[in-house]
Design a protein around this ligand. Structure first.
Ligand SMILES: N[C@@H](CCC(=O)N[C@@H](CS)C(=O)NCC(=O)O)C(=O)O
Length: 202
């Protein structure tokens, strides 16, 4: 059994759970809730950065971050599934970077509210992060990635989790002006049941 240290609402943890499901590895993973705010949580021992998800394969060193965990799961499943080795490889890796980047900027906005008292917040910095997300979503809306069928790759999993996080934390406002991406996410959810199965419900 491998341990996945994560939290139910984590979009990066969701990437790992979806990846494990599409690779048929979900039954080999026990999910243990981690608390990023608790200094005594094993999380900080396993990952000095104190970020989740962390995956601990049996008798092996802890693995992070989500990209590395996806690479690991892909290799356990025989390789070349989440990360194609053919000409599509760099398109997939760049889409993964874009999806993860949307998440990083979005999470910084959430943390600005969670970690800083109201009078200490910096609207121009929040707008700077929000603009990254807006530009990324505009680019994706103009060129939504093809859904290729079969096992979804790491780029498409990252994008689905990034859009799911906009629904969770930003009231799904992106849906108003990104109709192609909405259709893309609907198609992804239909093809990948683990997407709905891993949706966070408070
Ligand atoms: N690049 C990392 C990002 C992980 C991340 O930001 N996780 C958030 C929770 S969703 C976290 O642990 N935040 C706590 C912190 O930043 O200290 C990955 O891909 O796993």
């Amino acid at each position: 059994m491998m341990i996945l240290r994560s939290s139910a609402a984590s979009p990066f943890g969701r990437k790992v759970r979806i990846a494990a499901s599409v690779l048929g590895l979900a039954d080999h993973i026990t999910i243990v809730q981690a608390d990023t705010g608790n200094p005594d949580d094993l999380l900080r021992k396993e990952n000095p950065l104190g970020k989740l998800p962390v995956q601990v394969p049996e008798n092996k060193m802890p693995l992070y971050d989500s990209r590395v965990i996806l690479e690991y799961l892909d290799s356990v499943a025989g390789g070349g599934k989440l990360f194609p080795t053919d000409a599509r490889r760099f398109e997939v890796l760049t889409l993964q970077a874009l999806g993860d980047g949307i998440l990083d900027a979005s999470i910084l906005r959430v943390y600005e509210v969670r970690m800083r008292a109201e009078e200490k917040r910096e609207p121009s910095w929040v707008a700077y992060q929000a603009d990254k997300v807006a530009r990324a979503l505009a680019r994706l809306e103009s060129q939504p990635p093809a859904l290729t069928g079969g096992t979804p790759d790491a780029g498409r999993i990252a994008l689905a989790c990034a859009l799911g996080y906009q629904d969770l934390r930003f009231e799904g406002k992106w849906r108003e002006n990104h109709p192609k991406l909405v259709a893309w996410l609907d198609a992804f959810a239909k093809a990948v049941p683990a997407f709905e199965e891993t949706r966070f419900r408070a």
